[in-house]
Design a protein around this ligand. Structure first.
Ligand SMILES: NC(=O)c1ccc[n+]([C@@H]2O[C@H](COP(=O)([O-])OP(=O)(O)OC[C@H]3O[C@@H](n4cnc5c(N)ncnc54)[C@H](O)[C@@H]3O)[C@@H](O)[C@H]2O)c1
Length: 349
């Protein structure tokens, strides 16, 4: 799944004859290669009203892109994009006709829409499959029909690879241990197949655990910790606190997604975008308590939950080589900054 490919044109023409192909886009001379995608290309961002979308869409609009968001607002919120110059279409990625209409006139797709919870996928694997596997298939198939030049997909590192000795990288063998991880692996499989078969220029970015502004509607551990601190209740740690994750700031993930859009990497590419730093849940609890100025806030331990990996962090070396990606927000800066955002935007009362 990691191998780049030489693929034919999405609509059955040989590579190079697609009007949106790389060859048509770049001007070669004196070593200059234009970006694969430029600001004049309109972008469809599925799931753009969610947590990652709120930062990504702002970034793309600021960079001069015309952005249309397709979101069913199941976990997202129109308010996330209230002051942003982007079009919001309410609709479902499982609906092929909605996708055909929404892609109209746009050249590229960033596909974020998903049922994004590991625990939710354990409780309801059927819905997770429909949104993440069927939904991703529908997005890719619509991209193929429309001859879209680039599809960047949000994937995941930890949940997809499962329990492996970290740091994981693109060569690690995926062995998901939750329906969510399996659904993301299936999405990557279709992305690679559509690159090989139809020439859809896909890039899957495997995120670490993302945190930052606009994550308040998520049930991620960082915002659950912040809410517990704010409400004066103990932080709950499932397991003994040694489970680890790779916490990456949403600004860095948005940068990785924009780079994946603009850099001319081959279709079918898969890359990890992470912090490269291992943080245990216990460390995270300490970072959150310090950020909030309550270093002795109580912690309670409960039994480990099914479907969650023990240790995870990822190497971003390949993303660095292929995209020039490197994280820029250290957790010691990003976590206190996120606490301030929660105080200003969520804990206002
Ligand atoms: N946040 C993380 O730590 C993390 C880690 C790894 C991967 N990811 C992936 O990144 C992407 C974005 O995640 P997020 O954290 O912003 O989650 P999110 O839940 O905030 O955003 C997902 C968005 O997709 C929308 N959506 C869900 N189902 C839809 C459907 N059927 N049709 C249209 N829209 C739909 C939701 O309303 C929401 O706005 C997801 O693909 C997720 O799996 C996130």
């Amino acid at each position: 799944m990691n191998n780049p490919c030489d693929a034919p044109d999405p609509r059955g023409q040989p590579a190079g004859t697609n009007p949106r192909s790389t060859e048509d886009r770049r001007a070669i001379g004196n070593g200059y290669t234009a970006a694969l995608v430029t600001a004049s290309d309109g972008i469809l961002v599925t799931g753009g009203a969610g947590f990652v979308g709120a930062t990504l869409v702002r970034r793309l609009v600021t960079s001069g892109y015309r952005v249309r968001v397709l979101d069913n607002l199941s976990t997202g919120d129109a308010a996330h994009l209230a002051d942003v110059d982007a079009e919001l279409v309410k609709g479902d990625i499982r609906d092929a006709a909605v996708l055909d209409d929404t892609i109209e006139g746009l050249g590229v797709i960033i596909h974020l829409a998903a049922a994004g919870s590991v625990i939710g996928s354990v409780q309801d694997p059927g819905t997770n499959f429909e949104v993440n596997v069927l939904g991703t298939f529908r997005v890719l198939d619509a991209a193929r029909r429309a001859g879209v030049g680039r599809v960047v997909l949000a994937s995941t590192g930890g949940a997809l690879i499962g329990d492996a000795t970290p740091p994981v990288n693109e060569g690690s063998l995926p062995k998901p241990i939750s329906p969510y991880g399996a659904s993301k692996l299936a999405g990557e499989g279709y992305a690679h197949a559509f690159a090989k078969t139809y020439g859809v220029r896909t890039v899957a970015i495997r995120f670490g655990n993302v945190y930052g502004p606009w994550c308040a509607r998520k049930r991620g551990v960082l915002n659950v910790f912040f809410e517990s601190i704010h409400s004066g209740v103990p932080l709950i740690i499932y397991g003994d606190g040694s489970a680890s994750r790779d916490y990456v700031h949403v600004d860095d993930i948005s940068n990785a997604l924009q780079l994946a859009l603009e850099k001319d990497v081959p279709g079918g590419t898969v890359l990890h975008a992470a912090s490269g730093v291992e943080t245990t849940v216990r460390d995270l609890a300490d970072l959150c308590r310090r950020a909030a100025g309550v270093p002795d806030h109580p912690i309670e331990y409960r039994p480990k939950r099914a479907g969650e990996v023990d240790r995870n962090f990822a190497s971003y070396d390949l993303a660095n080589q292929m995209l020039g990606y490197a994280p820029s927000v250290a957790r010691e800066i990003g976590i206190p900054r996120t606490w301030k955002w929660f105080q200003a935007e969520v804990f206002r009362d």
